[in-house]
Ligand binder design. Structure first.
Ligand code: SF4
Ligand code: SF4
Length: 231
């Protein structure tokens, strides 16, 4: 995935789309106040400058699908593990809720179900049948919308063709009104994500890559426009 921070407006449409697509439960005011809000993607806000000349900028943060994932090595029951196609997967019915994985994830993107999931009516009517509802005591996090990945891959296989670049989009990518997020095969030289990455090499970064987590999300830094060019 490639995320262009120069385009992100911080609107949080990606967060809403992710919650709806992935049956993410609501937890109520009290639990939110205790820092137990359930979100697989959150928009981080940063501020630069002194009042009144303050600039805010935003960075959507979700599981970075690390190639060398610190959450996997600490799970005693292999609930956090690697799929053949390189996803960091969470096997819900294996999870025993130790929360070691969340403590070892440097990106703070794992969330824990302290209670049975709940949706105030009529939200329970819109649950996505393609996504498992997680019970109390289970850890969860972004899957890159694995249900969409499997569906698109199987459709292509049935139609005896390769996946078309851009055909497969996680909910956050699909919903982003600013077109700040892109999804595809980074190792495919002809893909849009590869092109964005190569063409913007000077702006690209992987968060905490110095920790050798090998994140698979690439951020493109904001373009700094000199103040004299703004007007
Ligand atoms: S970002 Fe966190 S949860 Fe995702 S693979 Fe890396 S360590 Fe695991
Ligand atoms: S939907 Fe797009 S513009 Fe809005 S916060 Fe998410 S990435 Fe940024």
């Amino acid at each position: 995935m490639v995320i262009d921070l120069d385009r992100c407006t911080g609107c949080s449409a990606c967060v809403v789309a992710c919650n709806a697509e992935n049956n993410i439960a609501t937890v109520g005011d009290e639990q939110c106040a205790r820092g137990r809000n359930m979100q697989w993607i959150h928009v981080q806000r940063f501020y630069e400058g002194e009042y009144p000349n303050v600039t805010a900028y935003h960075a959507p943060m979700m599981c970075q699908q690390c190639g060398n994932a610190p959450c996997e090595s600490v799970c005693p029951v292999f609930a956090s593990s690697h799929s053949e196609d390189g996803l960091n997967q969470q096997v819900y019915n294996r999870c025993i809720g130790t929360r070691f994985c969340a403590n070892n994830c440097a990106y703070h993107v794992r969330v824990f179900n302290f209670y049975e999931p709940y949706w105030p009516s009529p939200l329970e009517q819109q649950l996505n049948p393609d996504v498992t509802v997680r019970g109390a005591g289970v850890m969860e996090k972004c899957t890159f919308c694995v249900q969409r990945i499997r569906r698109a891959t199987l459709d292509a296989k049935v139609e005896k063709r390769k996946l078309i670049d851009g055909e497969l989009r996680p909910a956050c990518v699909q919903a982003c009104p600013a077109h700040a997020m892109f999804f595809g095969e980074l190792t495919d030289k002809s893909s849009l994500v590869n092109k964005l990455w190569e063409e913007n090499a000077q702006r690209s970064l992987r968060v905490l890559q110095e920790k050798n987590t090998q994140p698979n999300v690439i951020y493109l830094k904001r373009v700094q426009v000199p103040e004299t060019d703004v007007l």
